[in-house]
Design a binder for this molecule. Structure first.
Ligand SMILES: Nc1ncnc2c1ncn2[C@@H]1O[C@H](COP(=O)(O)OP(=O)(O)OP(=O)(O)O)[C@@H](O)[C@H]1O
Ligand SMILES: [Mg+2]
Length: 289
């Protein structure tokens, strides 16, 4: 199975949201990272078949999405970023409604709904109106509806927003348990959401694909460029002007910086191991040499 995206572009009236993006998605988990406005949601909407590209093609197993949109929708699970719920429905009612819209068999979907409610820790609240749910609980209902048809292509746009650390961890487990023979694409701002579970990380910035590699490869490409050191607290602005700073923490002996730089930024700085946060910053922040 393959989703092949060639020279994709999306222009809104005064904005290029996607710019000549080509990528081949195969089974496994792709973590999509990028700052606000990078084009993640636009890209995912196009992949979900609900937004038309301005240029380029998306093909699924060799044929375009438009040609086989009904067949494609049957295997697709999609969680939009701005997922809305019907406040008066309970999770069971809502999921039954979505199952009916998706044309799923009533009896098997009943079982599936039970399982998903259990998996997503919503079982206790399955008969309460969703309107009274917390943000994280609503989000879990959204995740459940995306998984209803046991999709072979799962597109989830910021699925972990509003989830507490425990639920986030459970969500990662669910996604990981699914991934083997499916194409999963998951966008997030939280690097740790995708670092451990992604086969590949795609980094988008200004509508362009800046990197598409395994997390290990991405991190490797930064080895020898991440430095750590302590500076006087009042000199932050000087360093900020001249270097890309990955993190800064105030301690009693000064400001502890993590700096991305090809050269040692100051004599006392030590080379440290790179991580995915550093890479994200490098690819999205225009780091200076
Ligand atoms: N319907 C639209 N009409 C006009 N511009 C749009 C529309 N949708 C998105 N854009 C613009 O396209 C760019 C990409 O938006 P998009 O929502 O895809 O980014 P994103 O990476 O999902 O951001 P976020 O992290 O905030 O969710 C932004 O500049 C946005 O303002
Ligand atoms: Mg978005």
């Amino acid at each position: 199975m393959q989703l092949s995206i060639q020279n994709l572009s999306k222009l809104y009236t005064n904005k290029t949201a996607i710019n000549d993006l080509s990528i081949n998605l195969t089974p496994g988990i792709t973590g999509l990272l990028g700052p606000n406005g990078a084009g993640k949601s636009t890209f995912m909407k196009i992949l979900a078949g609900i937004e038309q590209p301005s240029g380029g093609t998306v093909t699924w197993n060799g044929a375009s999405l438009e040609e086989q949109i009904n067949k494609y929708r049957k295997v697709l699970g999609y969680l939009p970023q701005d997922f809305g719920v019907y406040p008066n429905l309970t999770p069971i009612e809502f999921l039954q409604y979505i199952a009916a819209l998706k044309g799923l068999d009533h009896r098997s979907s009943k079982k599936r709904i039970e399982g998903l409610l259990e998996q997503l820790n919503l079982h206790q609240d399955r008969k309460r109106p969703i309107g009274g749910f917390s943000g994280g609980m609503k989000q879990r209902v959204g995740i459940a509806q995306a998984l209803l048809n046991d999709p072979s292509i799962l597109i989830v746009d910021e699925p972990t927003v509003g989830l507490d650390p425990h639920e986030r961890m459970k969500f990662r487990d669910i996604i990981q348990s699914l991934s083997e023979d499916r194409i999963v694409i998951l966008s997030t701002h939280i690097v740790s959401d995708v670092e451990s579970i992604s086969d590949n990380i795609a980094i988008l910035a200004n509508g362009s694909l800046e990197a598409f590699k395994s997390p290990q490869f991405i991190i490797q490409s930064l080895e020898g460029k991440v430095w750590s050191g302590v500076i006087p607290s009042d000199s932050y602005q000087d360093y900020h002007r001249n270097y890309k700073i990955s993190s800064s923490v105030q301690r009693s002996n000064g400001l502890h910086l993590r700096i991305l730089s090809d050269q040692r930024p100051f004599p006392e700085a030590n080379l440290v191991s790179a991580n995915l946060e550093d890479a994200y910053l490098l690819y999205t922040g225009g780091y200076r040499k």
